[in-house]
Design a protein around this ligand. Structure first.
Ligand SMILES: Cc1ncc(COP(=O)(O)O)c(C=O)c1O
Length: 341
């Protein structure tokens, strides 16, 4: 297997062309065969519902080259189940879990030479997406759908990697509506977050930390990542209808319990930030990204969590355990990884 000539250790979270993607179409009431393509393009009808009415959902998961040389895929059934919820949330055809998993295995195997070598810290990001492809002019769901899975070798999401980053927050921006689509992973949510996200970047922050859109009192989530804070040996993460249920957060919650921490999933008032010992963003892309400072753009208040450019001890422990499981260095006691033959 000839590995591509990539600077594995310095990969960023960006698109790199690989050899293949896989596709599957839902037509005449059934899913077809999995097709393999080496094209980076999709032929689409100009009136397809994904282009006009936002019938698009996606997922994000990773495959890792382990210490033992084996390929591990992390919790893909969880992504498959969330992909179903996202499809149902915008009236698309849900893809069965087993078909989703078969596509993931296939796209990873086909692009095996792009899985970053063990020890580089990089991984293979897998991006499944579903689009409505039937032609419509009126606002109505499609009856034909396409699922595509592409992959890209990636490095850290935030340029700081595991070094603490600065984020900002403001009540001026909502990513989603209170009873809207925040708990599913659809493209429209991300389009709606771009103005706030770019504002944060322009001001020199990694990301915008969203405050709940209903009462504007509680912490919601951190751009394309969930939020958690630690104090008094307790892992605390927001309970909210307007955030995406993160699979990484779910995993860290379990690991926190395993490490003997208490876990609370509840509303977190903004002012409570003053009391946290460690805070972090978490997600497939972000893994665990410690937060050094949070700046409230509305009143100029600064919450500071790290002054030495290092993550806190419990965040570090959680990060090491999670990535240890993913890279086959720590025993996978919960059976989260599937090893590919
Ligand atoms: C809005 C949002 N929140 C949270 C997450 C983290 O979720 P996960 O850990 O499942 O990747 C993501 C990324 O998928 C996201 O886009």
């Amino acid at each position: 297997m000839n590995q591509p000539d990539l600077d594995w250790k310095n990969l960023t979270f960006s698109y790199t062309k690989t050899d293949y993607n896989v596709r599957c179409t839902y037509k005449d009431g059934k899913w077809g065969e999995i097709e393999v393509s080496d094209s980076e393009y999709v032929p689409l009808h100009i009136a397809a519902t994904c282009l006009h009415y936002g019938q698009e959902s996606f997922e994000g998961l990773k495959a890792y080259r382990g210490k033992d040389g084996k390929i591990r895929i992390f919790r893909m059934e969880e992504n498959a189940k969330r992909f179903i919820r996202s499809a149902e949330g915008i009236k698309m055809q849900p893809m069965p879990v087993e078909l989703f998993c078969e596509m993931v295995r296939k796209v990873v195997k086909l692009n095996e030479r792009f899985i970053p070598p063990y020890g580089t810290g990089a991984s293979l990001y897998i991006r499944p997406l579903e689009i409505g492809i039937s032609a419509r002019v009126g606002v109505k769901p499609a009856d034909e759908y396409m699922v595509i899975m592409l992959v890209s070798p990636v490095g850290p999401y935030f340029k700081e990697g595991f070094k603490p980053t600065k984020v900002c927050m403001s009540r001026e921006y909502d990513r989603v509506a209170p009873k809207g689509t925040g708990s599913i992973k659809i493209g429209g949510n991300y389009a709606a977050s771009l103005v706030a996200g770019e504002k944060a970047h322009d001001l020199g922050y990694s990301v915008m930390l969203y405050i709940d859109p209903k009462e504007k009192k509680y912490l919601d989530e951190c751009g394309a990542a969930n939020f958690f804070g630690i104090k008094n040996n307790t892992y605390i993460t927001p309970a909210s209808e307007s955030i995406l249920p993160s699979i990484t957060n779910k995993s860290l919650t379990q690991l926190a319990e395993d490490l003997g921490l208490k876990v609370e999933r509840r509303q977190i008032p903004v002012e409570e930030l003053d009391t946290f010992e460690e805070v972090s963003a978490c997600g497939t892309a972000a893994v665990c990204s410690p937060i050094a400072e949070i700046h409230d753009l509305d009143n100029g208040k600064k919450y500071v969590f790290s002054t030495n450019n290092e993550a806190g001890p419990l965040t570090t422990k959680l990060y090491n355990t999670l990535t240890g499981i993913q890279f086959g260095e720590v025993e996978d006691t919960h059976g989260w990884c599937e090893i590919l033959d």
